[in-house]
Structure formats: structure tokens, C-alpha cells
Design a binder for this molecule. Structure first.
Ligand code: HEC
Length: 167
């Protein structure tokens, strides 16, 4: 097994353990039914496969979590892609991936080597496919506020005050 693969397996393991613990804690807290995993994709299977393949080839997981998984050897504090389609629409995502300088669209607080790279060099069909795939990654309403909070904190390094940053 290669180093990277071990890292991925390790991350999955941690995720599963954390989820089990959180769930059993929640069940202990109240008698409400188990809500399950909040993330889902609205994409047809073919798009999910092609999108997932591009994410793998382009190593997006070196910096981003997707389906709770990322490269454990990397520690860039970037926002997760899980639920991103509930925060950004397909047009925004396409423009962002197509930008020569993504910082112009979304400012970065990180060192240059950790910042979102430009994917403007990709063929336009691949950028479209990626944008469509990302836009399909939704989060259920009951978990949306949590996703917004984590995204805000990752992007700004500040505490989230509950939606006030949009006003
Ligand atoms: C070198 C690390 C790195 C890689 C590789 C990377 N990203 Fe990013 N990405 C970031 C960072 C960091 C941000 C937050 C903005 C910033 O600081 O540049 C970001 C932001 C984003 C956002 C916007 C998130 C939001 O909250 O609105 C999307 C979407 C995104 N990346 C998708 C991708 C995809 C898809 C890939 C692979 C094709 C990818 N990224 C590869 C580091 C990376």
C-alpha cells in the first residue's frame, strides 16, 4: 500500500469512528430519530462517476474533503466540498474554476502554495462537468447552518456569527 492510500484509509477510519461517536452521543441526548449523513448528490450516476474521477485525477482531495475523505498527509485549511452545491451555484463554480486568478473571485487568507489553484487550463467541457458535479453536492437543511459556519471559518479564519456576514 502506498503512503497516500494509507492516509486515505486512515481518514475514512477516523471519519467512521467520529460519526459513530457523534451519533451515539446524539442519541443519548434526546430520543429524536437518527438523521443520518447530511450530504447527498443530485447528480445522475454517470456524472457522479465522471466528476469523482476528475476530482481524483486533479487531486482536489489534497486540499479538500469530499464525502468526508481527504488526503490525511495534507493539512491545508480549505473549505470542504461536501454540501458546496447548497452554497454556490453551477455558474459561480464554473467561473471560479475558469478564473486565471481565483483570488479575484474568492479572496484567500493563505500562503500562495495553499491557495486554490487555477483550473483555467482544463478543457471547457471538463470545467463544465466539474461545476455541474460540484453543484450537485448538497446538504440537507438541518445541517446547512453547520456547513455555512465551517465554510465561513475556513475561508476567513474568524468565528461565525450566524449569517451576519452576508448583511
Ligand atoms: C493546493 C490546495 C488546493 C487544491 C489542490 C484544490 N483546492 Fe479548491 N480551494 C483551496 C483553498 C485554500 C480554497 C479557499 C480559497 C483560497 O484560500 O484560495 C479553495 C476553494 C475552493 C472552492 C470554493 C469553496 C467555497 O467555500 O466557496 C471550490 C468549489 C474548490 N476549491 C474546488 C476545488 C476543486 C474542484 C479542486 C480540484 C479540481 C480543487 N479545489 C483543488 C485549495 C485547493
Amino acid at each position: 500500500m502506498r503512503k497516500g492510500e494509507k492516509g486515505i484509509l486512515f481518514t475514512i477510519l477516523i471519519f467512521v469512528i467520529a460519526f459513530t461517536l457523534i451519533n451515539s452521543y446524539r442519541k443519548g441526548q434526546d430520543a429524536s430519530p437518527d438523521k443520518g449523513i447530511p450530504f447527498y448528490s443530485t447528480a445522475p450516476e454517470a456524472l457522479q462517476e465522471e466528476g469523482g474521477e476528475l476530482v481524483r485525477q486533479l487531486k482536489c482531495r489534497d486540499c479538500h474533503t469530499l464525502w468526508g475523505v481527504r488526503n490525511a498527509m495534507q493539512s491545508v485549511p480549505s473549505p470542504a466540498l461536501d454540501g458546496i452545491g447548497s452554497l454556490r451555484d453551477e455558474t459561480w463554480l464554473f467561473d471560479y474554476l475558469s478564473a486565471e486568478d481565483p483570488k479575484q473571485i474568492l479572496p484567500s487568507r493563505l500562503k500562495a502554495e495553499y491557495q486554490m489553484p487555477s483550473f483555467a487550463y482544463l478543457p471547457v467541457e471538463e470545467r463544465r462537468l466539474l461545476a455541474k458535479f460540484l453543484a450537485s453536492l448538497k446538504v440537507k437543511d438541518w445541517y446547512l447552518e453547520e456547513v455555512k459556519k465551517v465554510q465561513y471559518e475556513k475561508l476567513t479564519g474568524k468565528d461565525y456569527q450566524g449569517g451576519l456576514e452576508n448583511e
